[in-house]
Design a protein around this ligand. Structure first.
Ligand SMILES: Nc1nc2c(ncn2[C@@H]2O[C@H](COP(=O)(O)OP(=O)(O)OP(=O)(O)O)[C@@H](O)[C@H]2O)c(=O)[nH]1
Ligand SMILES: [Mg+2]
Length: 340
């Protein structure tokens, strides 16, 4: 390996790279240090964990970071997955003088088989989208050891709900025109992701964003208002909204004081859904709403968005599932690790 830096790190034959997928939010990000791990940690001023050990450290610049030592020459540093935390961790590694390698470098140090429960858990952790997954995954090796592999029966409904912490589920908001659907998307995102205007038919296209709702990362789609559209383009748009909803894990059926949520075609009627009453300050919803909010001004917007976020998370990953202390089969079918 070439030495590219001068100074204290120059004598260390190690390099680092980011190995979590770029450009997507995640519960946790993964930086890999490969090569002379002991030397690299010395440069970073950190104690060396034993092989197979995981340790949580609090770093003055990088914040809370998990250290996981996979092998003699491979260590993962895992800060929380938010962009600011990842940037701070990268700046820390840069400032230490350790060499940054090209993405993909060092894969030879990455274990091929995740046949050990700790390794399987860490592998899943590095792919998990939702912050809610982090503590739950970290608890799994202990839970499996305590419960004993053979006493725990599969529970497909619970496992399907928990899998949503790894792969973000799709949430599609449907409703009439001009009732505040895009205002809701923006309030959930805490920023402008969709154009809002006092004019029916403002949203012409489907706007998809990744959002974190109450600790769960979801793919969220704001759709054009469903109405008897006069022109062919809008009719096409309505049909696209319904097609998108067919693939959804959860549909938000939106309405307000004057406009009830649309009647859904039969194929969609069985989908999990939440009836959302918007623009509550203009009057109570004219239908039975599971949750009703006003997003009119800043103070209402925060509270209303938090209420809907909680409702979305609970429908997709119920509290009972999160609080169930039974061990979780978090691996794909047929890939069970050695549960020891
Ligand atoms: N009073 C009140 N007005 C709201 C509220 N939420 C949104 N609005 C207003 O309602 C109008 C329509 O909002 P949008 O978010 O664009 O509605 P939409 O359902 O996305 O509309 P289309 O894209 O045309 O289907 C805008 O003038 C918003 O400012 C609310 O909670 N209270
Ligand atoms: Mg809109």
């Amino acid at each position: 390996m070439k030495r590219m830096t001068e100074g204290p790190a120059a004598a260390v034959e190690a390099a680092w790279t980011v190995c979590s997928p770029r450009g997507t939010p995640g519960g946790i990000a993964v930086f890999q240090i490969s090569g002379d791990v002991a030397g690299a940690l010395g440069v970073l001023g950190l104690a060396l964990p034993g092989v197979g050990r995981v340790k949580l450290i609090e770093h003055e610049h990088a914040g809370e970071v998990l250290l996981a030592r996979w092998g003699e020459g491979c260590l993962h540093l895992m800060p929380h997955g938010g962009a600011a935390a990842v940037r701070r961790c990268a700046q820390w590694l840069h400032a230490s003088g350790l060499r940054e390698a090209a993405p993909g470098w060092g894969r030879e140090f990455w274990p091929e088989a995740h046949d050990d429960i700790e390794a399987a858990m860490l592998w899943t952790l590095s792919r998990a989208a939702s912050p809610l997954a982090v503590d739950l995954l970290l608890a799994q090796p202990r839970r499996w050891r305590e419960a004993g592999a053979h006493e725990t029966k599969p529970d497909p409904a619970r496992e399907a709900a928990l899998a949503r912490l790894i792969e973000p589920p799709l949430v599609v908001a449907l409703g009439g025109a001009n009732i505040g659907k895009s205002t809701l998307a923006n309030a959930l995102a805490g920023r402008g992701v969709s154009i809002v205007a006092d004019e029916a038919g403002t949203t012409r296209d489907h706007v998809g964003v990744m959002l974190e709702v109450d600790g769960l990362v979801v793919r969220y789609m704001d759709t054009p208002g469903l109405r008897d559209a006069p022109d062919a383009t809008e009719r096409e748009s309505v049909s696209l909204s319904l097609t998108a909803a067919m693939g959804a894990d959860l549909v938000l059926r939106c309405g307000d004081h004057a406009c009830p949520p649309p009647e859904l075609p039969q194929e969609l009627a069985a989908k999990p859904s939440i009836a959302v009453g918007l623009r509550g300050d203009l009057g109570p919803p004219c239908f039975h709403a599971n949750v009703a909010v006003s997003l009119k001004d800043e103070s209402h917007r925060r509270a209303g968005a938090a209420q809907i976020a909680r409702e979305i998370r609970r429908r997709l990953v119920p509290d009972s599932v999160l609080l169930n202390p039974a061990p979780w089969r978090f691996w794909p079918p047929g890939a069970a690790p050695n549960l020891g």
